[in-house]
Write a protein that binds this ligand. Structure first.
Ligand code: RB5
Length: 154
């Protein structure tokens, strides 16, 4: 498995620890940065990681900023991205099972490193369940692709 990983200045130390955690599991990483503690605009790393996911160059992405909010908002603007901010493992697991998320975000100022590892592990170990959830994910993507949701316009 190959994942993109990205962060801003607020999440540099957490990114390093999460990267080591993932690499210890044999997961290959593409680190889109930042690797400097200097103030960094999180949309840049959110966008870079999202483009790698959307193009299929990696199997998924993990992005971290102070809250996880800004970087996930940026990633979700890229076509084909479904990124969820999670502060606990249950939502991370369900975001894959029900929403087929292809990116995961969290906040280095919100969760501690052990919770962050649990969030990452639950997300990685979960699988999309399809069925009725596919119908709903298709609706989400229809909104992105067309700017509207036909069934809701009736
Ligand atoms: C940086 O101060 C902070 O705004 C950023 O890490 C993130 O929390 C934005 O959503």
């Amino acid at each position: 498995m190959k994942l993109a990983i990205g962060n801003d200045h607020a999440a540099l130390e957490m990114k390093k620890e999460i990267a080591a955690h993932l690499e210890s599991k044999g997961i290959e990483l593409v680190d889109v940065g930042t690797n400097s503690p200097d103030s960094f605009h999180y949309p840049i790393s959110g966008y870079k990681a999202a483009k790698l996911v959307a193009s299929g160059e990696v199997d998924g992405g993990i992005i971290i900023c102070g809250t996880g909010v800004g970087i996930s908002l940026a990633a979700n603007k890229v076509d084909g991205i479904r990124c969820c901010v999670c502060s606990e493992p249950y939502s991370a697991k369900l975001s894959k099972q029900h929403n087929n998320t292809n990116m995961l975000a969290f906040g280095a100022r919100v969760v501690g490193i052990e919770t962050a590892k649990m969030i990452v592990d639950e997300w990685l170990n979960a699988a999309f369940e399809g069925g009725r959830h596919q119908t709903r994910v298709d609706m989400i993507m229809e909104i992105q692709d067309t700017g509207k949701l036909a069934v809701a316009e009736e």
